[in-house]
Structures are given as structure tokens and as C-alpha cells.
Design a protein around this ligand. Structure first.
Ligand SMILES: CSCC[C@H](NC=O)C(=O)O
Ligand SMILES: [Zn+2]
Ligand SMILES: [Zn+2]
Length: 402
């Protein structure tokens, strides 16, 4: 096979990928300009909501025939996570189009997470607009910053604005994960982020002595207890029937991610701290869990700070008799797509939308790829991206006419 001429949607995707919206200093300005230019080219209205200066949210509208009906949101984030450049086969921001074996791939940071998805929305709008087909409901594609750092200044702030209220949203199609094998996953919920930092203070002194009541002595039982909890949940996950990866939302994940303390090898540290990333399953009562953790830490004279204090974690119930869910099921059926409802293992901007009482489902039609979000050499097969656009044409048409 030779590398055929580059299809136009691929050229546009590559341009989007070449914009360095990478943390810690994402180029949101160029990104905003690119999206506005795309909207203009397709002939669509756009608005920019800047809840926090320098963090624009671009909203592009496919106008429906009946704007009094609740609208459909297509959510995406524009930011991408940092790279270890020397670990990449190609420049992560060149968006190289490469022939590997018999497939053409686009390599770039953020192509899986989630710029390909974001561009699918616009390409689908382009096709629908060109066909002159008017759908009933308004559809808004949202391009938001900062999802990768929590989204407080992005969708988290947007949902509190008059502009968001004016969108009159009834349903949100949000960020999905790539399919597992050939199965498309539909996120109906997420685990709650519950990062916790334990800090212990103790006696200090010469490193040669048996100092009593040291910070590390206090901290260790708490750390071990947290790791025992981690083990318990891991065992629980292994007893669940079904794919371990897809089922992980049913249990709570815990990882020690930061360990700090000590200034010099021969000085017993006066302070030591351990930070854990916890992802709490919606099946578990977060308030009870937090109290148990706090009580245990305090019993060991260890301070406990929850770095994330969100406690509300709404779940979108998949209801096949709901017209929006039914319209998605119909697309999957027509296209013979295997799919599965899943609790998302990480968090996404969908949680901000669900907290406003709007149902949100995270879907990504790309299947049979290695999962590379946040990893080196992130890529998407060209053929699959082009097919995903057609899936979005169907999803958008179904939802907007539901
Ligand atoms: C601090 S918000 C982090 C958001 C991130 N979302 C996707 O990877 C996550 O770690 O789940
Ligand atoms: Zn993402
Ligand atoms: Zn991510």
C-alpha cells in the first residue's frame, strides 16, 4: 500500500494537534483562533466564554429547527498532558502522518486524549451542514481548557455561568475512553477523586540515635493501613466477573504517589508526609470513607488533609426507554457496534455537567487501538478516525432528533 493523498479531515486534525496546548503552559490563544476559524469555514456560529482570563472555552453551534427544545452538548477538552520527548518516535507536536505496516497512523500528543474526538464533532458538523440537513435540537460542541488539571477554570466554571444556562442542555455526549478490543465503552459515571495527604511531626535529633516518637514512626502505620486497603480492593476487583479493566470502577483504587521528608541523611526528620491518589467508586460512601481515614490518622497523631473535597458524584442512569439513550443504542445497533456501560476509572469534565443534573455519557467510537492516553507515542489510525466521524454524524443526528 502506498500512502494515499492526505484526506482533508486529516489535515485539519493534524493542524489541531500541532497547537501546543500542553501543560503547564498551554497555548490556548492559538487553539481558540483555530477553532473560531473552523467554525467560520463551516458556516457556524460560535461564542467564547472566558470564565478565567487566558482560559477560553469555545462553543460552536449547529442550530436546530426547534431551539425551544433542550439542546445536545458535545464536550471535549483542548489541553494535553506533558511528554517525555526523548521517548517518542516522532515529534509529539508535529502530528506526523506515518505509514506503518499497512496502516496510516497519526502520531501526536493528545490525539487519543482527546483531540481526535474533538475534531470528529467539527467534521460531523461539516458533513451535516454541507448536506443541508437540519436537525431539530440545537447541538453545541464545547472546547474547554484545563480538563487535565481538574477543569475548575474550564467546564467547572462554565457550568455556573448564564451562558451555560442559556444553552438549555438536556444531554451531554462527553469524553470517552478508547474501546477495549472491539467493544465501545460508554461511561455512565466516574470514580471520585479523593487525594489525601498525611503529615506527621515528631522528634528530631542525631541520625545515630534511637530517637523516640519520630515523624516517620507515626506515619508508617497509616501508610501501611492505606496500602492494606489498596490490597483489599485489588483482591475484590479480581473476584468480579468480567473484564478487569472495564470493571475497575466498581472498586476504589489507592496509590502512594508522593513521599516527602528529610533534609540530610544524619538528621532525623521532624516532618514526613505521604500523599495518596484515591479514586473512590460511586458504590462507596465517600463521607464514611473520609471519616474512617481521618479517625485512623488522628489516632496515630498524623494530620490528614483531603486535597480534593468534592463529595457529590452523580451517576447517569442508562435507561433504554429514555429517548437520548435509545437513540445511541439505535446507532450502535445499526452499525453493529459492540458496547458496554462502564464506570470511568479516572475523572473527566463530565462530572461538572452531571452535577448540574444533566445526563452525561462518555463515548469514543475508536476501537482496537492500544490505550495510549498520557503515554509515549500516542497515535490513532487514520482509517478509524475517518470512520469515527461517520459514527458521530449518526450519533448527533439521533440525539438532536430524539
Ligand atoms: C486533578 S484532575 C485530573 C484529571 C485526570 N483526568 C484524566 O486523566 C485524572 O487524573 O483523572
Ligand atoms: Zn482526556
Ligand atoms: Zn487525560
Amino acid at each position: 500500500m502506498t500512502q494515499a493523498e492526505e484526506p482533508e479531515p486529516i489535515s485539519r486534525l493534524r493542524k489541531y494537534l500541532q497547537i501546543k496546548t500542553v501543560h503547564p503552559k498551554p497555548d490556548y490563544e492559538s487553539c481558540k483562533n483555530f477553532l473560531i476559524q473552523q467554525a467560520g469555514e463551516i458556516g457556524l456560529e460560535h461564542q467564547v466564554v472566558e470564565c478565567v482570563e487566558g482560559k477560553p472555552i469555545v462553543i460552536i453551534k449547529l442550530a436546530g429547527t426547534d431551539p425551544t427544545q433542550k439542546s445536545i452538548l458535545l464536550s471535549s477538552h483542548t489541553d494535553v498532558v506533558p511528554v517525555f520527548e526523548d521517548q517518542w518516535k516522532y515529534d509529539p507536536f508535529a502530528a506526523e502522518r506515518v505509514l506503518e505496516g499497512d496502516e496510516i497512523r497519526i502520531y501526536a500528543r493528545g490525539v487519543q486524549d482527546m483531540k481526535a474526538q474533538g475534531m470528529c464533532y467539527l467534521e460531523a458538523f461539516r458533513i451535516l451542514k454541507r448536506a443541508g440537513k437540519r436537525l431539530t435540537r440545537n447541538v453545541y460542541a464545547i472546547y474547554a481548557p484545563d480538563e487535565e488539571i481538574g477543569g475548575a477554570d474550564g467546564v467547572g466554571a462554565l457550568v455556573e455561568t448564564k451562558e451555560f444556562e442559556a444553552l438549555n442542555a438536556g444531554f451531554d455526549l462527553d469524553e470517552g475512553g478508547l474501546g477495549v478490543g472491539d467493544t465501545v465503552i460508554a461511561f455512565t459515571a466516574e470514580r471520585l477523586l479523593n487525594a489525601v495527604r498525611f503529615t506527621a511531626h515528631g522528634n528530631t535529633g542525631h541520625g545515630s540515635q534511637f530517637i523516640e516518637g519520630t515523624a516517620i514512626e507515626k506515619l508508617l502505620p497509616v501508610m501501611n493501613w492505606m496500602l492494606a486497603f489498596r490490597e483489599e480492593e485489588k483482591v475484590k476487583l479480581n473476584t468480579i466477573e468480567g473484564d478487569r479493566f472495564l470493571c475497575q470502577g466498581a472498586v476504589t483504587a489507592t496509590n502512594l504517589t508522593i513521599l516527602e521528608g528529610g533534609k540530610q541523611q544524619n538528621v532525623v526528620p521532624a516532618t514526613f508526609s505521604a500523599t495518596f491518589d484515591m479514586r473512590v467508586s460511586p458504590n462507596r460512601d465517600i463521607m464514611v470513607l473520609r471519616k474512617t481515614i481521618r479517625d485512623f490518622a488522628e489516632k496515630h497523631d498524623v494530620q490528614c488533609t483531603f486535597l480534593s473535597t468534592d463529595s457529590v458524584n452523580p451517576v447517569t442512569t442508562w435507561d433504554s426507554s429514555d429517548p437520548f439513550c435509545a437513540s445511541i443504542e439505535k446507532v450502535f445497533e445499526k452499525r453493529m457496534i459492540k458496547w458496554s456501560k462502564v464506570i470511568c476509572f479516572a475523572v473527566s469534565d463530565a462530572r461538572h455537567i452531571r452535577r448540574k443534573g444533566i445526563p452525561a455519557i462518555g463515548i469514543n467510537p475508536l476501537t482496537n487501538h492500544p490505550l495510549l492516553p498520557h503515554d509515549h507515542n500516542e497515535y490513532v489510525r487514520e482509517k478509524d478516525f475517518l470512520e469515527a466521524i461517520d459514527v458521530y454524524v449518526d450519533l448527533i443526528s439521533g440525539l438532536a432528533n430524539a
